[in-house]
Design a protein around this ligand. Structure first.
Ligand SMILES: [Fe+2]
Length: 363
């Protein structure tokens, strides 16, 4: 397709000469005998790669035509054609966005050089923009792919974590679906407190893996039916640190492992293993602490039956500021009962073969 050039001049003789030169050089052209006619041609939807316009014309001059077309046709360069005495006006036209000007009278070569330069410049501009647009689209597509891959990776990580949690359930039959319920309660309270989604994901992983360090506790202590003696208690308490050690090497769990390390801390500093206080305890661990106690109270235990949610609220309320962070307790107290009841029912009803086999051992 030859480049199309709109030739605007009120002198027919000049239009004819210009168009003859352009045609001989392989361009296609259209003539307009005034600024208004050129405007009408452009408004009709015809497109041109270049406009060659006389500067001095009766109704709408070259500058006026340029004014009215440059924004709508930014990819159509305009070359002004003018007599020598208009040179300052020609420069003004360039300042206004004309690409170049051509002095009358001109030689064939001068005309073709000016046309060639303007078209080449246009081609580069359009190419560059296409490249930019393609590049942006490419970067966007790659970013989306990367994000999807990361999400996939994160999902497979979570699946691995679940397997890890399930393995602990097999070893420590007391927990059963406890881990899943505590995780769900922790998430629910974090949501009620307005914790951002990203942070909730971290907190959930920490809650889910909180007791993973029990893998390192000898079975005779972990599964001892009666009460633990002081020495055994001490060993048992090391599970927080073991869990932290196990997980801290995994970059993906860097934040979650802090929750694991701190899940037995008390708000007033009376917990273990480090005796952390208040904000020294990660928020996730402070939320977990309430969720964990809640689940312990409302679940059946070998030595006592489950108590009601109302009793759990009373008990947790009594320990606010001591074991529990008052802000977490406040958020928890405002949450309706059915949130916890629904979550508990959902999790207990889940077909969950590993926890079933664990409890089927009757431990
Ligand atoms: Fe624990």
């Amino acid at each position: 397709m030859p480049d199309r050039i709109l030739v605007v001049d009120d002198e027919e003789a000049i239009r004819e000469i210009v168009c003859a030169i352009l045609a001989a050089a392989g361009y296609s052209w259209k003539q307009a005998s005034s600024g208004m006619e050129a405007l009408a041609v452009l408004n009709s939807g015809e497109t041109f790669e270049l406009m060659l316009s006389d500067l001095m014309m009766a109704d709408l001059d070259g500058i006026g035509l340029l004014e009215r077309t440059k924004e709508r046709f930014p990819d159509m360069p305009v070359v002004m054609v003018t007599a020598v005495h208009d040179i300052s006006v020609a420069l003004a036209a360039i300042r206004n966005g004309a690409y170049d000007y051509l002095l009358k009278p001109f030689e064939r070569e001068q005309l073709l050089n000016a046309v060639g330069r303007a078209l080449e410049n246009r081609r580069l501009k359009v190419e560059n923009r296409t490249y930019q647009t393609n590049l942006e689209a490419l970067v966007r597509a790659r970013t989306d792919e990367l994000r999807a891959a990361m999400a996939d990776l994160e999902r497979s990580y979570d699946t691995t974590l679940e397997t890890l949690g399930d393995a602990l359930d097999l070893k420590d039959a007391e927990t059963g679906a406890h881990t899943r319920r505590v995780t769900a309660f922790t998430i629910a309270i974090a949501r009620a407190m307005g914790v951002p989604r990203e942070q909730i994901l971290v907190i959930a992983r920490g809650a889910f893996l909180h007791d993973i360090g029990k893998m390192a506790i000898p079975d005779n202590i972990l599964r001892k039916p009666g009460k633990l003696d002081e020495k055994e208690k001490e060993i048992m308490r090391e599970h927080c640190y073991h869990g932290y050690q196990m997980l801290k090497k995994i970059p993906f769990l860097a934040e979650a492992c802090d929750i694991v390390y701190s899940h037995q801390e008390h708000f007033d500093g009376s917990g273990y293993p480090r005796g952390l206080k208040r904000a020294e305890i990660p928020l996730g661990a402070r939320i977990f602490s309430v969720a964990d106690t809640l689940d312990a109270i409302i679940s059946d235990r070998p030595y006592r039956p489950a108590r009601t949610l109302n009793e759990a609220r009373k008990e947790i309320g009594a320990w606010t500021g001591r074991q529990f962070d008052p802000e977490v307790v406040e958020a928890f107290m405002k949450m309706p009962d059915d949130i916890f009841e629904d979550l508990r029912r959902e999790i207990n009803d889940q077909a969950y073969p590993l926890s079933y086999s664990a409890s089927a051992k009757g431990n």
